[in-house]
Ligand binder design. Structure first.
Ligand code: AMP
Length: 194
């Protein structure tokens, strides 16, 4: 199994974020899982990659040329694929991974996990998407999912398909037991007798 992890290219201003990223990477490795990520050595990205490598598992980075050329690529990966654009990067990461997890991060992290979730609700893939809600970092975002659903822009079952856990073990267990819901535009089955 390979998990794509999206997370900050910064470390955040509280050391607990880096600790959670390290712990998550160690759990991935100890469960025999490999990592797919954005290939950077910076921020929480570098912390997760280092922890998975230290645990003896493979780490695949996918980085656009422009970021590699700014010397932001991690030098010690199992493999680094250099691609022409951010779009190519996301497509390759999506193909390689069996699941998508966002750790705390900024707009880049949001872009990546939202794209993975959007594709899942359209049925372009059937892989689980998850948020590791370190210290309640994603609480307001999760509340906004309910606002979207309440306003009629998101079906409750598609809101619920995003796994939210605070701890690495629970999140990895939820990824393994995930069952995808019906796709967004599938016809609703007729009620019995109609
Ligand atoms: P952000 O959350 O805005 O810090 O963006 C982090 C996400 O965007 C990561 O998951 C990466 O895939 C990508 N990204 C942003 N900055 C970099 C960088 N310097 N090197 C590699 N990937 C990056």
């Amino acid at each position: 199994m390979k998990i794509a992890v999206f997370c900050g290219s910064s470390r955040g201003n509280d050391e607990s974020f880096a600790e959670a990223a390290r712990t998550f990477g160690s759990h991935i490795a100890s469960q025999g899982i490999d990592l797919v990520f954005g290939g950077g050595k910076v921020g929480l990205m570098g912390v997760v990659a280092d922890a998975v490598l230290a645990g003896g598992r493979e780490v695949y980075g996918v980085i656009p040329e422009s970021l590699r050329d700014r010397e932001l690529a991690h030098p010690g990966l199992t493999r680094l694929d250099v691609v022409g654009s951010m779009h190519q990067r996301k497509a390759l990461m999506a193909d390689m991974a069996d699941a998508f997890v966002a750790l705390p991060g900024g707009p880049g992290t949001m872009d990546e996990i939202f794209e993975a979730w959007t594709w899942a609700q359209l049925g372009y893939h059937h892989k689980p998407c998850a948020l590791l809600n370190v210290n309640g970092y994603y609480n307001e975002l999760i509340a906004f999912f309910r606002t979207m659903a309440g306003a009629g822009f998101l079906k409750a079952e598609h809101a619920d398909m995003v796994i939210v856990e605070e701890r690495a073990e629970a999140l990895l267990a939820a990824l393994r037991s995930y069952r995808p819901p019906a796709r967004k535009w599938d016809p609703v089955s007729p009620a019995p007798g109609t």
